[in-house]
Design a protein around this ligand. Structure first.
Ligand SMILES: [Mg+2]
Length: 96
């Protein structure tokens, strides 16, 4: 994958990767909205999830896989603490 990420970055540049990620996220948002309203089938959502997954891989590689993994680990621990604590049910895990 790293070779593909590097080739993509070399071909289209850094700014294009950010723009593409934003675009793919927007397409996933639209697909989920349409899926919820019964306008598209599951495969549309799956295809958009695949696009976003690829862009997340690209950006994660660009920003540093270890840094992103460390942040994910930190957030998973926070989520786990929230789930264990009944007093924190109203707090959203992605906050902070
Ligand atoms: Mg897409």
């Amino acid at each position: 994958m790293e070779q593909l990420y590097r080739a993509t970055l070399d071909r289209w540049g850094e700014e294009a990767q950010y723009d593409q990620a934003v675009e793919e996220c927007a397409e996933l948002i639209t697909a989920l909205k349409h899926f919820r309203r019964g306008k598209v089938d599951q495969q549309v959502v799956i295809d958009e999830l695949a696009d976003v997954t690829l862009m997340l891989g690209q950006l994660t590689w660009m920003f540093g896989t270890e840094l992103v993994e460390a942040s994910v680990e930190k957030k998973l621990k926070k989520l786990s603490r929230l789930l264990e604590s009944p007093d924190q049910q109203q707090e959203k895990p992605e906050d902070g």
